[in-house]
Structure formats: C-alpha cells, structure tokens
Ligand binder design. Structure first.
Ligand SMILES: NC(=O)c1ccc[n+]([C@@H]2O[C@H](COP(=O)([O-])OP(=O)(O)OC[C@H]3O[C@@H](n4cnc5c(N)ncnc54)[C@H](OP(=O)(O)O)[C@@H]3O)[C@@H](O)[C@H]2O)c1
Length: 312
C-alpha cells in the first residue's frame, strides 16, 4: 500500500473499524474513505455496487458486520446469518468487480468447531460441528472467508482473511442487550459501585478461560497484514494467552473500584471450558500483540466513563 492509496474501511464507526482508521491515519495513509450507514446501507446491493463504481477504492478493509454477544445471537439468529451474508457478499463482490487490489475480511473464532482442540490451529477449520448458539453468525463468516479464498485462487487477487479472537477496547458496545463479556462486566461493576451493591452475580462458575485482544493491537495487525500478507490461507490473530472469567472479573473489579463481592452462579452455563487461538503462524511471520490485559482494561474503562455510559 502506498501512503496515498485509496483505502476504504467499511464499518468505521465500530469497535474494530474506528481503531483501523486511527491506525491508518497515524501511519500517514492520507486517502482513507468511509461511509456511515446512513450514507451507504451495506445491505443494499445496488448502492454498494454504485459506491464502488464511483469511488474505486484500491484497498478494502471489511470491519462491517452485525456483531453481538450470546444473547443477541440467540435472539436474532436469522438476522445474524442474513445480514452478515448480505453485507459481506456486497462488499467482496463489488470490490472484485471494480478491481480493488486487495481485500481483507474479518472472520471470528466462532468459525472453529465447538469441540476443537485447544489452542485452536488454523487447520482445525471445518473439522467438526459449530457451536449452536452462534451458528448463523459463524456460517456467514465461513462463507465470507471461503469467498475471499476462492477469488484469491480463481482470479489471483489478494483477497485475504484473518481470524481475530475476542476484541475489547475504546468504542466497544456497552449496551445491556448485546454487549460482549468485558464491556458487560465493566458496565455492571461500575453500576454496582455507584449503587453501593453488596454483591454482583456473574453467570457460570468463572472457571472457563477466554482470550482477549486489545483493539489497537488488532488494528496494528490488520494494517500489517495489508502491507505484508497476500496468501489465501487465513491467519489467527490473538495474544496466545487466556484468562479465567473469575480472573478477568477480579481484574475489572479492581480497575472499576467496586468493593462488593463477586458471586458466581454455577447453575448457569459456562460455555466452552477454554477458547484460545494458536497464533504461532502469525508470530513466525513477524507480528505479536503488545498490550497487557490490565492496561487495555484501564483504557476501556476510561473510554466507558467518558462516552460508553451514553450508549443505550
Ligand atoms: N468484537 C469482537 O470481539 C470481534 C472478534 C472477532 C472478530 N470481529 C469482527 O470484526 C468486525 C467488526 O466488529 P466490531 O466488534 O467492530 O463490530 P461493531 O462495533 O458492531 O461495528 C460494526 C460496524 O458495521 C457497521 N454496519 C453494520 N451493519 C451495517 C449496514 N447494514 N450498513 C452499514 N454499516 C453497517 C456498523 O455501523 P453502525 O455504527 O451504523 O451500526 C459498525 O460501523 C466484524 O466482522 C466482527 O465479526 C469482532
């Protein structure tokens, strides 16, 4: 990518897209193109095609999707499948048709089989049944990765994919209905601190282990891939380290300054005991995450205090 290349970041108002725009600007990329949902509804095939025919971006980073936690995925499985298929098909095919040089698609670690060995290596992809609670979302992601792979093979174009682990950081979604675990815990423990609640009940035993990557590290990895990687094989992006939900909640409790008790409700499900990506391929190519979980959580809480409380 040259510093004056035209780069379209789809989904620039979101957690990942906003960090990618910040990173591109910090690196001196001077021609970053964005459109809000109001200006361009990515579900609208004709409108997306028209946008590409006029703007002709040379590079495309697709950070647009319908994204949500377990509750949202279970309530709206049809929308998670339909909207994600539609958005990504529109973006990938228009980029291909209008001769974009490179396209980066963002998958998600839920594309791996629910019983995959841990840590999950890229070769475990499509080796078993999916987790049913987010099957619609995962099926759309699998199709997007495969479409990029097929275009890469058939047309010899740099259409690539990556597989980030759980992401958190500034611009996260703190809504009660659709947030992921870190913003949900920040929000709940902050509220409990203000209300002086004696305890906060957390679903599950707290023993299950998850991996979390700070969003600015993901943005750095994405720009690095745009500059350095053109293979059709997707790459995992993570920290290579996991933490138990109990450890995570305790860390957040300290950062928020909540002094009550954390109670783990063992009658509620834990989900998979462990979910960790094997990041050895990306590490061998030369990229590694930098931000320690505690530092990233402090940044998230600071952002929440300034902006996140206004979210619905
Ligand atoms: N968050 C994670 O933990 C995580 C982990 C792995 C992979 N990823 C992947 O990273 C990507 C970005 O996720 P995120 O967490 O940044 O999501 P997000 O914060 O919800 O952002 C999604 C973006 O897509 C836009 N969008 C959705 N539907 C649209 C439509 N019909 N027309 C136009 N724009 C639309 C949203 O616009 P509005 O602002 O108008 O809603 C927003 O800018 C997704 O592909 C996701 O699968 C995320």
């Amino acid at each position: 990518m040259k510093k004056d290349s035209k780069i379209y970041v789809a989904g620039h108002t979101g957690l990942v897209g906003s960090a990618v725009v910040r990173k591109l600007q910090a690196e001196g990329y001077a021609s970053v193109v964005t459109r809000t949902r109001k200006e361009l509804d990515l579900l609208d095939t004709k409108a997306v095609d028209h946008f590409f025919s006029i703007e002709k971006p040379e590079y495309v980073i697709d950070a647009a999707a319908r994204v949500g936690g377990i509750k949202a995925n279970m309530t709206f499985p049809a929308e998670f499948l339909y909207e994600n298929l539609q958005i990504q098909n529109n973006l990938i095919w228009s980029a291909h048709k209008h001769e974009a040089k490179k396209f980066l698609f963002l998958g998600s670690s839920c594309i791996y089989p629910r019983s995959a060995l841990q840590p999950m290596k890229e070769e475990y992809f499509l080796d078993g049944k999916l987790e049913p609670t987010n099957e619609g979302y995962a099926l759309a992601k699998i199709s997007g990765m495969k479409l990029c792979e097929k275009i890469n093979t058939e047309y010899k174009k740099d259409f690539i994919s990556c597989m980030p682990t759980n992401i958190y950081g500034p611009h996260d979604n703190f809504s009660e209905e659709s947030s992921h675990v870190i913003p949900a815990l920040i929000q709940r423990l902050h509220k409990a601190k203000l209300a002086g609640d004696a305890e906060v009940v957390i679903w599950g035993s707290g023993i299950s282990r998850r991996e979390f990557l700070y969003v600015d590290d993901l943005a750095e990895a994405i720009v690095w891939l745009m500059e350095n990687y053109d293979q059709k094989e997707f790459l995992n992006i993570g920290t290579g380290e996991d933490v138990s939900i109990k450890e995570l909640a305790t860390l957040i409790k300290g950062i928020v300054g909540y002094e009550g008790k954390l109670v783990f409700d063992t009658t509620k499900p834990d989900g998979m005991p462990k979910k960790l990506l094997d990041v050895s391929k990306l590490t061998a190519l030369g990229w590694q995450s930098k931000t320690k979980l505690e530092n990233g959580l402090k940044q998230s809480y600071a952002w929440f205090l300034e902006y996140g409380q206004k979210q619905k």
